[in-house]
Write a protein of this length. Sequence first.
Length: 605
Amino acid sequence: MKSVQEPAWKGIVRSFGLVFGDIGTSPIYTLTVIFALTKPTPDNVMGILSLVFWTMTILVTAEYAWLAMALGRKGEGGTIVLREILIRMLKPGRQIAVISFLSYLGVSLLLGDGVITPAISILSAVEGMVLIPGLEDLHQGSLILIAAVIAVMLFFFQYWGTDRMASAFGPIMVVWFLALSVSGVISITSHPEVVAAVSPFYAVKFLADNGFAGFFVLSEVILCATGGEALYADMGHLGRKPIIRAWSIVFFALIINYLGQGAYVLSHGTAKNLLFGMIQEMAPMFYIPFLILTIMATIIASQAMISGVFSVVYQGITTRIMPLLKVDYTSTHLKSQIYIGSVNWMLLGSVICIMLIFRKSENLAAAYGLAVTGTMTLTGIMIIMIYSRTTKKWKVPFAVLVTLVDVVFLIACLNKIPHGGYWSIVLASIPFVTILIWTRGQRALYRALRPLDLDTFLIAYEQIFSKGSNIPGTALFFTREARVVPPYVVHCVISSNIIYSRNVFVSIVRTDEPFGVKQQMTEGLGSGLDALEVMAGYMEIIDLEKILKEIGIREKVIFYGIEDIDTTNFAWRIFSTIKKLTPNFVKFYKLPPSKLQGVVTRVEM
């Protein structure tokens, strides 16, 4: 509710910093990469500028700002949200399996993108140092070292949370977009005819004149829309209205700057970096301040992507599609401010490796785009399926048109695979395989455990409880659901006769809503046996100890199950290894270690 009460301009400024860092820094490299492959003739310049304008209009404004952002659950957005919406609309069966597969793929591509974005953003900004007088001969290895140091510092400070840094992000990005707009307007005055490029005529003419070569240029044009998915993914942080209002300003600033770069190309031809060349030619005395501003903007872009990755992984953990990881909460009032150490350091290692492998930002651009177009295509397919099942069926033709454009860009990007694009697939395959093994492993493990139904369990339980030699106090037993008793409870209570005077089965159920926590206490399942069900949204951070105290439970001991998996199946061996390496769910809910008792059950899978 905070974003509703605050002035509209504050929400817009915060959006600049938290949502538009990635797409806002695209002008640093987009046209430079395109004109490295395309001759800078007047017709080509007008055609490219027109393609950039319409790519941003269709793929960002239409797909995300209009179609996707109208779909949300309590203000939350993203691929997992689309999956949750669709699952409620579909009957159990093959369709849900297909939707789950598509959402897993979308999440994995987004996580792979989280490695490439910081690498290309920081490296492209640092490369602008070679235009500073006296630094022209700066070795590429030195530039990579500087970029790596910036990346290390950025990831190192994640543990302290982005709450304080976020307050400075917005104003810095306001200055950045203002600088893009002003430099673009000044440059346009040398060739005002570039404004006509907003007509789709020039885009169609370029594609018609250049045939296959023109089609494959689309794989570089897509760079102007990278980060567009953040509009929807970050909707839960700020709300729909501030992001859409901010996008109208950002869109204008970006288009003006792209047109200005186009005018610069018409006047001067290509340069090592068009944006930096344009600024240096226009105002040499402002070049170093602009370079510093650029590096700050790319750090903010990288930060937005890192926060987005944390958010997606947290959604994955709570919806049980990803393994449990240690999560730290870095803000007392912003739920979105979380830190996942294992993800943070894996991201840093991957970013530095990618910098060392590709060495130059223009080489990285060859790998960039495949993951983005893949994510956009999957989003488009899910949007079509949702709108076709709602009262807004009139939006389906528009969603189909947008998705077809996504598919065209995706096909164009396939030619990047042999030129480094395979890294997008490699990076995305790691979380994708992990998700598949984890989700299927969990189901297989549950079947292998063969839990008892409550009625059968109660026959033996009542006999033991009635003997009266029960331990004073309250014991908690974690179960998936109250009426299904896991083997560790049977082992603990029936085999070992460990029964307390009060025993409570605790089950935590994640709902398909983002937020909201409620609990239901069922007393008298058996003599001295109750059940507590905590229902929480999949983005909700649960303070289980607080909930227990509120309903008057003062537990003496907390039992939970640990599975010792015995298997010859290769996939289940990986699953078993993941379970051993990741924390148990009781650690995820930060329960007091002194009260915890793990009960080991040997399982054959």
